[in-house]
Design a protein around this ligand. Structure first.
Ligand code: NAD
Length: 287
């Protein structure tokens, strides 16, 4: 058992809402912070939606457990009040370096000394943020994957300044909220997951964009030859095509820009955004 009891989640968007709900579902008191009361109203609806998803998809969640999680979440648009009693703050605000840096400066000024800060950033390194936290020894990354209740990895990655005891506490906390804790021993852009996934998805796009093989055949080869349950183009559809498009179009490699243009022109511009839109590389008819 860790000493962590009170958790504050900054940002109630796609990932922040999932992290907050999963944490409350695991029995912790959670303070959900966002920048306005209007956004917090949307968060309330998002949490109720998540409770419904858990009831459908998570064994044991129906029969009251998912609904009880909702009662452990409180809502704040005042940062100081949101973190007044926090043992751990998990930050899931937009992936904009300056915004995160400014937010850590504000957080450092109001959070108790005991509070550990963890970023869920996918593409920034904790080193990019540590000097703004006022407590580099109590700061690290705790990275979740989208759909935390299903894809439940918790990658923990510190900087050279992170106190090993804090690292171990956050690793244990990840386990306490139902994640499979993965220690990343040195800073690495992309952690383990995206270090593997991004090159795989790019290689698949090169094959299809270059006319070497159809997406469905690329997936077939990958599944048959490795035993993986789904192929790279099915993964694109689950993630949604706009996220890989954004990553490719911001890359410094000109080949990535060709792949981005191909994704945009062949799929995104035609409304084929992936599973959530009903069609991507595959069709997902709604019954
Ligand atoms: P999002 O845009 O869905 O949500 C961001 C939330 O932060 C919004 O509710 C917004 O109102 C709020 N916000 C904006 N400024 C804020 C501030 N100053 N203080 C507090 N809240 C603020 O973003 P997301 O997809 O949930 O991503 C959030 C973080 O999680 C990013 O760092 C991203 O890299 C990471 N992440 C995302 C995914 C994913 O699949 N979406 C997966 C893993 C990690």
């Amino acid at each position: 058992m860790t000493d962590i009891e009170h958790v504050t989640v900054l940002g109630t968007g796609v990932l922040g809402s999932q992290i907050a709900f999963q944490t409350a579902y695991s029995g912790f008191e959670v303070a959900a912070y966002d920048i306005s009361d209007e956004i917090l109203e949307k968060a309330r609806a998002r949490f109720a939606e998540l409770a419904g998803i858990y009831e459908q998809e998570v064994p044991g969640a129906a029969g009251g457990k998912a609904q009880q999680a909702l009662t452990r979440i409180s809502y704040f648009s005042d940062l100081e009040k949101a973190v007044a009693d926090a043992d751990l703050v998990i930050e899931a605000i937009p992936e904009v370096l300056t915004l995160k840096q400014q937010t850590y400066e504000k957080l450092a000024a109001v959070a108790p000394e005991k509070t550990i800060f963890a970023t869920n950033s996918s593409t920034l390194l904790p080193s990019d943020l540590k000097d703004f936290t006022g407590r580099p020894e109590r700061f690290l990354a705790l990275h979740f994957a989208n759909r935390v209740w299903q894809f439940n990895t918790g990658e923990v990655m510190g900087t050279a300044d992170t106190d090993p005891a804090v690292f171990d506490t956050v690793l244990a906390f990840a386990g306490e909220i139902g994640m499979v804790p993965i220690p990343v021993r040195k800073e690495k852009a992309g952690y383990v997951l995206n270090s593997l996934l991004v090159p795989l998805l790019n290689a698949a796009a090169v094959l299809a964009e270059g006319g070497y093989a159809e997406p469905a055949d690329v997936d077939k080869v990958w599944k048959i030859a490795t035993g993986a349950p789904i192929g790279p183009f099915q993964i694109y559809d689950v993630i949604g095509l706009e996220t890989p498009y954004n990553i490719l179009s911001h890359s410094e490699d000109p080949k990535d820009h060709e792949l981005a243009a191909w994704l945009k022109e062949t799929y995104i511009d035609k409304g084929k955004l992936g599973m959530a839109s009903g069609e991507g590389f595959y069709s997902y008819p709604k019954n």
